[in-house]
Design a protein around this ligand. Structure first.
Ligand SMILES: [Zn+2]
Length: 67
């Protein structure tokens, strides 16, 4: 399956409607609020962030075992 790389996830700050698109739309496709849509982190970025958090927890545990 071929995935389109330049798709981003967007969310409306007015109605919390989230959707996938190529570029930031001027209006929310759900509630039509103007300039309310913002880009949100994609799933991979969120996964990367949570991996960093897990690493930090592991480091803290290791440090506790040292004591
Ligand atoms: Zn909206």
């Amino acid at each position: 399956m071929l995935l389109v790389c330049n798709m981003s996830k967007f969310q409306c700050t007015m109605c919390s409607y989230s959707f996938i698109g190529e570029k930031l739309p001027l209006r929310c496709p759900y509630c039509a609020a103007k300039a309310a849509v913002t880009e949100v982190k994609d799933a991979q970025t969120l996964l990367d962030d949570s991996n960093h958090v897990e690493e930090d927890i592991r480091n803290i545990r290791l440090r506790r075992e040292d004591i």
